[in-house]
Design a protein around this ligand. Structure first.
Ligand SMILES: [Zn+2]
Length: 311
């Protein structure tokens, strides 16, 4: 069984301006590194399709989807730029990138559920885990992982899915969408306090939030995962795992102050894969979130992908 690798050149055409850390070069850095180390040869490369509007409505308010489409199509037609929040900018390429990112997550879910591949990684941007039911924020427009999880539940008929978020920032958008949806268990750790300054108190009983102080390092994170994520995941017996794969908890990443290294991402992925193999026929869909030091991002994605692909 193989690993699918979803991406699309449209994801590079979303540009938030000079100096913005969530830049198109992130995907180039990943591709270059994977290519150099032969990893693109061991995955099944697939083009991300555009998401259908109906897919988006399973995680977002319909008025938000309509308003976002109107705004981003207008921005594209006029060749303009516009700020949705102080650090989330749209430009002419944004709407198609947004649809490719969500479309990748949905297509990856279908490919995994159809048994075409065992698991999948979506190398896409913009990221999604800060996008709430009705707002873009924190570099995110649509919540790719939540859209995919709801697709698995509402369209493909799964009864239980897990969302795992290891980005350095709290996945407030995902929590906003799936809190108290008892078909979903969300487990995460995140630096606290740090943007978006939420998550200290979980919004639902289906959330396992692990806020950690700055300078927490890999060994402590592994202990917390073993003590708090694993028993809940084992008890929940998810039929599929979705991963908000942010790599900005890396010690070289300037957007956070945690101390993870490549070996920690490898370890986390192994633990998740074990859960998936026990309960979910190995089914994992992982979507890129943060990760802004280009070298650390590329090496960490490679560590994650090696475990997914079993090489
Ligand atoms: Zn982040």
């Amino acid at each position: 069984m193989s690993t699918a690798f979803y991406s699309h050149s449209d994801c590079r055409r979303h540009d938030m301006g000079p100096g913005h850390p969530e830049c198109p070069q992130r995907l180039d850095a990943i591709d270059d590194h994977l290519l150099k180390h032969g990893l693109l040869d061991v995955v099944e490369r697939r083009e991300a399709p555009l998401a259908e509007l109906a897919d988006l409505g399973r995680a977002h308010e319909s008025h938000y989807v309509v308003e976002l489409q109107d705004l981003l199509e207008r921005v594209a037609e006029r060749g303009e730029h516009c700020a949705l929040d102080p650090d989330t900018m749209a430009g002419p390429g944004t709407w198609r990138a947004v649809l490719r990112a969500a479309g990748a997550a949905v297509a990856a879910t279908d490919a995994v559920l159809d048994g075409a591949v065992e698991n999948a990684f979506c190398s896409v941007r913009p990221p999604g885990h800060h996008a709430t039911r009705d707002a873009a924020m924190g570099f995110c427009f649509l919540n790719n992982v939540a859209v995919a999880a709801r697709h698995a539940l509402d369209v493909r008929g799964l009864e239980r899915v897990a969302i795992v978020d290891f980005d350095v920032h709290h996945g407030n958008g995902t929590e906003d969408i799936i809190a108290n949806d008892e078909r979903v268990l969300m487990v995460s750790f995140f630096q606290h306090p740090l943007y978006p300054y939420s998550g200290g108190v979980p919004k639902g009983t289906n959330m396992v939030n692990l806020p950690v102080p700055p300078y927490t390092r890999g060994p402590e994170i592994r202990d917390l995962i073993e003590a708090h994520w694993m028993p809940r995941l084992e008890a929940f017996r998810p039929q599929m795992l979705f991963v908000s794969a942010g790599f900005d908890a890396h010690r070289d990443d300037d957007l956070g102050q945690l101390g993870l290294v490549e070996a920690d991402y490898e370890w986390i992925t192994r633990r998740l894969k074990a859960v998936a193999e026990r309960h979910a026929q190995g089914r994992i869909v992982s979507c890129l979130e943060g990760g802004y030091n280009l070298g650390a991002l590329a090496r960490s994605v490679a560590a994650h992908l090696r475990v997914l692909a079993g090489v």
